[in-house]
Design a protein. Structure first.
Length: 577
């Protein structure tokens, strides 16, 4: 038991350090940007100062303050220098930060390096000891979450106190909070005090409860994933690759599965899941994760193959590649049978180091996403890709110096292409994507979509009032071909809900050779607006279909029939927008 005097001294020290960190944050965030003229110097001071303070506070408790400061310096300084180096890909640091990925890589370096620092400082060579790394990582999660909750409670009490005193005309609390440095000071002091208390109660405030709760979800995810895998041969991959968000779902499922398996195997065999059922579930999930991981990688690669690289897709490819390696190694460890849990722990440690390497590489020329994307789109332009399919606005505004250079080379090739020249000019003078699209960056789609029933019409120019994403969906769909040589799009207009006062429409748009996406629309006097997704009153829920349904409609094999309301009856579905 820690003596009371020592406890009070430790709490006071941590409170003072936390308050100092809060004041330093105020100086860095509020004063430095105004006082320092050089934008990149501001970027370095902010990233280094805030990174150092964050790691210092995170390490206090498990590590002595002096060692924590040294470790924070050793992590934050290289990370801030890498961030500064990467910012030179753009003309200004703000343009670099707007992309988000550089900042994400910087924060990942700080977050993942911290458990390694704790393990190393607690034991010589401890960063190689999985048990120490596991404990350090989960303890940090619990300590930060508990401290954040305490800070929230402190502010809730302060604000309630201000409201209570305000009832009798006393504004002292509000007057104090209105002083610019005070909120930073209060937050820092509360954070420091809470970290001290959480460390004192580390035998009681343990990650064990969270780990045990997470384990409960392992069999549930196993069942859901098994159903998904069994349904694939019957449902096909059309829905999977027709939507870009499907890859994000698959990545999320795989990442969640990796986390649940990590909780199951714990820091060593004595604390891992007990019983044949849970061990078998962990083994089965380890093997099954290969399916969503590889499908996610494939889905993203198909998108890249069709539309080329962008920084978004490069980040998605990196994430998908990492989880695919994770899943394959996990499955391999189980299939080898012997000491599979120990092998998976080694995989976790190795993959943590690998992801750190990728995060660092993202901030160096080794993995310059802007340059890679610009080269990819330049190659597409040289191969004759239509101007409407090139990300000209992104090249001009989002992808830094490499994007502008690639756009200049595309412009040099566009001497005999007035459409491409006008689009490049629009991209350069537009300060937003919306403005670019409004100037004609996206091909007009008015009159592009076949309408049914025969004789129906839309207000002139109505489709061109839709948002860019919807217009892109329609343009891409109509550029495809449905069975029978029909365009891969159709819009069915009818008074589906006669009492509503406005007609509705259901649109069918091909997004791949096997997939059709459905959209609902509401017609105005001069406009058409998206209104979500249609429902199938026969089958219920989200509607998925193949391109045959477009052929059915365009060849007249459909009906507008009354049910509880007017519905479109086609291909066994009863659709209502």
């Amino acid at each position: 038991m820690i003596p009371t005097s020592q406890t009070a001294t430790t709490r006071l020290l941590y409170t003072v350090i936390g308050g100092g960190a809060g004041l330093c944050t105020y100086v860095l965030a509020m004063i430095v940007p105004e006082a320092v003229a050089h934008a990149r110097a501001v970027l370095f001071l902010l990233s280094f100062g805030l990174g150092f303070l964050a790691i210092l506070l995170a390490l206090m408790g498990p590590v002595r303050v002096t060692l924590a400061a040294a470790a924070a310096l050793g992590i934050a300084l290289p990370a801030a220098l890498l961030l500064l180096w990467a910012s030179y890909r753009h003309e200004t640091p703000s343009a670099f930060l707007d992309g988000g990925y550089g900042l994400a890589a910087f924060l990942y370096l700080l977050f993942i390096s911290t458990p390694f620092a704790v393990a190393r400082l607690q034991h010589h060579g401890g960063w190689r000891h999985y048990g120490l790394l596991f404990d350090a990582a989960w303890d940090l999660v619990v300590r930060i979450a508990s401290a954040g909750l305490f800070v929230g409670v402190v502010w809730a009490v302060l604000l309630l106190s201000d409201q209570l005193l305000g009832l009798v005309g006393i504004s002292a609390v509000q007057d104090l909070i209105d002083l610019e440095p005070v909120p930073f000071l209060i937050t820092g002091m509360a954070l420091g005090l809470s970290l001290a208390i959480v460390h004192e109660l580390r035998d009681y405030v343990s990650p064990f409860l969270i780990i045990q709760l997470l384990r409960v979800f392992l069999p549930a995810l196993l069942v859901v994933l098994a159903v998904f895998i069994l349904a694939l041969p019957f449902r096909g991959l059309g829905n999977l690759f027709g939507q870009y968000s499907a890859a994000a779902i698959l990545l999320g499922v795989t990442g969640g599965g990796i986390t649940l398996i990590t909780t199951a195997i714990h820091r060593d065999d004595s604390l891992s899941v007990e019983g044949w059922g849970m061990r078998s579930a962990a083994q089965a999930l380890s093997v099954m994760l290969v399916v969503p991981a590889l499908l996610a990688l494939w889905a993203i690669w198909l998108r890249v193959d069709q539309y080329g690289l962008t920084p978004n897709r490069i980040a998605a490819l990196v994430a998908a590649g990492i989880v695919a390696i994770y899943a394959l190694f996990y499955a391999g460890a189980v299939l080898r049978r012997r000491a599979w849990r120990a092998d998976q722990r080694d995989i976790n440690r190795g993959m943590a180091v690998l992801t750190l390497a990728f995060a660092a590489a993202w901030l160096t020329p080794i993995l310059n996403a802007e340059r890679m994307a610009a080269r990819s789109q330049l190659a597409r332009a040289e191969a004759g890709t239509p101007p409407k399919d090139l990300p000209l606005w992104e090249l001009a505004n989002d992808w830094g110096k490499a994007g502008k250079l690639a756009l200049s080379r595309i412009e040099d090739m566009a001497a005999d292409d007035p459409d491409l020249q006008s689009r490049i000019a629009a991209a350069r003078r537009s300060d937003s994507r919306w403005s670019y699209e409004a100037q004609g960056g996206l091909t007009r789609i008015d009159g592009l979509v076949p309408l049914r029933p025969e004789g129906r019409s839309l207000p002139p120019g109505a489709l061109d009032t839709l948002h860019e994403g919807d217009r892109r969906l329609i343009a891409d769909g109509c550029a495809r071909r449905a069975p029978g040589g029909h365009p891969g799009c159709v819009l069915v207009i009818a008074p589906f809900e006669p009492g509503a006062g406005a007609e509705q429409a259901i649109g069918f748009f091909m997004t791949s050779p096997t997939t059709v996406v459905l959209r609902s629309f509401t017609l105005g006097e001069d406009t058409i607006e998206t209104a979500g997704y249609p429902s199938d009153l026969a089958g219920g829920g989200y509607v998925a279909s193949g391109p045959e349904v477009i052929t059915e409609i365009l060849e007249g094999r459909f009906d507008i029939v009354p049910a509880a309301r007017q519905v479109l009856e086609v291909d066994g579905m009863r659709l209502f927008p």
